[in-house]
Design a binder for this molecule. Sequence first.
Ligand code: EPU
Length: 430
Amino acid sequence: MDRIRIVGGNSLQGTIPISGAKNAALPLMIASLLTPKTLTLENVPRLADVSLLVRILGNHGVDYSVDGKRVGDTQMAGNTIHLSAADIVDTTAPYDLVSKMRASFWVIAPLLARTGKATVSLPGGCAIGTRPVDLLLMVLKALGAKVEIDSGYVIAEAGRGLRGGEIEFPKVTVGGTHTALMAACLAEGTTLVRGAACEPEVVDLAACLTKMGARIRGAGTPTIEIEGVTSLGPARHAVLPDRIEAGTYACAVAMTGGDVVLEGARPELMQTGLDLLAKAGAQVSSTNSGVRVTRNGAGILPVDVETAPFPGFPTDLQAQFMALMTRAAGRSRITETIFENRFMHVQELARLGAQISLEGDTAIVEGVARLRGAPVMATDLRASVSLVIAALAAEGETIVNRVYHLDRGFERLEQKLADCGATVERLAGS
Ligand code: EPU
């Protein structure tokens, strides 16, 4: 297994190109199941999760191709991919594939909407909590599907097609909202969704579905209306930039000091995070090409944070912000409200010298003057990258194990950091 070696202490200077968003690319790719025509996606990040989803979609009959390099493409340019589900050949998503990536459970909605049936393995727990799918199943039932659970599989049927319905989410769920959008756009009649997630990735999926011919109003607000159509057609859509990747590098610059332009980042997708970084002592500004983050001279100030659905502070940046707070001049409180068990990075950050205690859903971080490199590992991708951020500011060498977590969600992480002056390299596993 590959590892990443980091020697801390360098400030970051330069430009980091921001890739397409993993959490937008995955549902967009899944939406290809809704049409027999070709869905072309641009700016698709090169990530292990994307490759795995290509395999999963292939199992259902989706043909996949990727454009070769074009004149003027840089190494960092996203891929343009074509997905064609002319015929759905298999409506079962097996355990061995779904268990590797939770988001693949979302195939249930387009399979059901297009073919009237879907058998999808329950995804099971994961490192950040139990993560049930009850609200996703609620959506399918509200649209008239018969849903049963048998031997670890969800079996959903709608022999005469899905019908529009009313859905009211008791809590904000991104996956539930994606499911509602994909299921309702081919249902007969109109669907009203209340309590919908407003995340930019939901808006991106709705925009792409609209290009395919879906009739959707209100995406990006808590109330979405979807008028069903009988079929969807081809479309071409560019994946939006990854606000979590951008926020992660912004935390890294705030941590190490320096001056970096996050090329392609869209500040309006990450305003809460940028405001908190400014409070912590970084200077943040919008430029023509993205977002510029600098921290020169001054230290890091402690800032309290609570995660919340968009436009609040994202849970997917909680670990990275905690890494930053480990070096703040004082105490900060970081509260996780989305997932019940998303603090695995705490113990590993402690190996680098961080002082963090847990009180229920809140981590209390006492900033320390120095972190020291150490071997570390983590159990999910955001936790892993928080260790990278801490390591960039730690004295000496840190080895981050289980790099496959990083490869799931961060494209060319070591290269992007090394290009800005960090001492970081990948050690090939034996
Ligand atoms: N929930 C339920 N029942 C459900 C669905 C969700 O109780 O049927 C709960 C979850 O357990 C959680 C909360 O609702 O407590 C929110 O979960 P949500 O459904 O919004 O999460 P998700 O759609 O499974 C996506 C991202 C996550 C991100 C969350 C929250 C993708 C592929 N995943 O997950 O990203 O943390 O939204 O913003 O889009 C990551 O990229 O590292 C990651 C975990």
